[in-house]
Design a protein around this ligand. Structure first.
Ligand SMILES: *Cc1c(COP(=O)(O)O)cnc(C)c1O
Length: 222
C-alpha cells in the first residue's frame, strides 16, 4: 500500500506548526514505500530491528536520519553505531556503556534518549521512575564521554481510555521537566519523544516535541 500523500502533507504541516518533529516509523515497510515518503520530503525515519535497518540503509539515500526505536540488544550496537542519528530506546546502563564503547571506536558521540516505562502493561521496556533516577545518577558519575543523553521516550498503554493515556504522558512530561534542569556536556534533555498514530494528539497536548508515527502514514502493517 503506497504512503498516503494527503495524510502525510496534512500531518507534517500540523506538526511543523507545533514545532514537533515527525519520525516516520518504517518497520516492515519496503524500500519503495520509504523512498516514496522521502520524495515527499520526509528525512527522519524510525526502525525497530537492526538487521532490517542495516539492509534498508544500504540502498536508501544517505541524507536520511535513522532513528532506532525498538529494543536494542547490546551485541547489535556495533552494527548501527557508525550512522545512527538517535537511539530512542536506551533502557539500561549496560546498553549505554556499549553504545559509548562503540562510539569511541567510531570517534563519534551517539545521541540517546532514555526510555521510560509509563504504560500499565507489563511487557513494555523502559526504566521505572526509581530506576531512571538511579540510571541518571550513575550516568552523571561515569565517564561516558561518547554518549549524549538528549531526552526521554515513552509509550502509553494500548488503551481506548484517553484519560489514562493522558495521565501516562503527563507522568513522562513531569520527569522530563524535572531532569531538564540538569545540564552537563553529556546530559541535556531537550527531546520528549512520545506519541504514535493512535495517541499523538494527546501526547502533543501533554508536551511531546517528537512523535513516532507509522501506520497512520504508511497504512497498517502486515
Ligand atoms: C511501531 C512503533 C511506533 C509506531 O506505531 P504506529 O502505531 O504504527 O504509529 C512508534 N514507536 C515505537 C516504539 C514503535 O515500536
Amino acid at each position: 500500500m503506497p504512503a498516503n500523500a494527503q495524510i502525510y502533507n496534512t500531518l507534517s504541516k500540523e506538526l511543523e506548526e507545533k514545532q514537533v518533529t515527525l519520525i516516520a516509523v518504517s518497520k516492515k515497510k519496503s524500500v519503495q514505500e520509504i523512498l516514496e515518503l522521502y520524495n515527499f520530503g520526509q528525512r527522519d525515519f524510525g526502525e525497530n530491528y537492526v538487521q532490517e535497518l542495516v539492509e534498508k540503509r544500504e540502498v536508501l539515500p544517505e541524507d536520511i536520519r535513522w532513528h532506532f526505536i525498538g529494543h536494542l540488544q547490546t551485541n547489535k550496537v556495533k552494527e548501527v553505531s557508525s550512522f545512527i542519528h538517535l537511539i530512542h530506546s536506551v533502557d539500561s546502563l549496560k546498553l549505554l556503556k556499549e553504545i559509548n564503547k562503540q562510539a569511541i571506536k567510531n570517534n563519534s558521540v551517539t545521541a540517546c534518549l532514555l526510555q521510560v516505562h509509563i504504560a500499565s502493561e507489563e511487557s513494555k521496556f523502559g526504566f521505572n521512575e526509581e530506576e531512571l533516577q538511579e540510571a541518571i545518577d550513575q550516568f552523571l558519575n561515569t565517564e561516558f564521554y561518547n554518549v549524549k543523553i538528549n531526552g526521554l521516550m515513552g509509550m502509553a498503554s494500548f488503551s481506548s481510555d484517553q484519560e489514562a493515556i493522558k495521565m501516562e504522558f503527563n507522568s513522562l512530561k513531569l520527569l522530563f521537566e524535572k531532569y531538564s534542569k540538569i545540564k552537563t556536556t553529556n546530559f541535556d534533555l531537550t527531546i520528549l519523544s512520545m506519541g504514535m498514530s493512535s495517541d499523538y494528539k494527546i501526547a502533543i497536548d501533554e508536551g511531546s516535541n517528537m512523535v513516532r508515527i507509522g501506520s497512520l502514514i504508511f497504512g497498517a502493517r502486515d
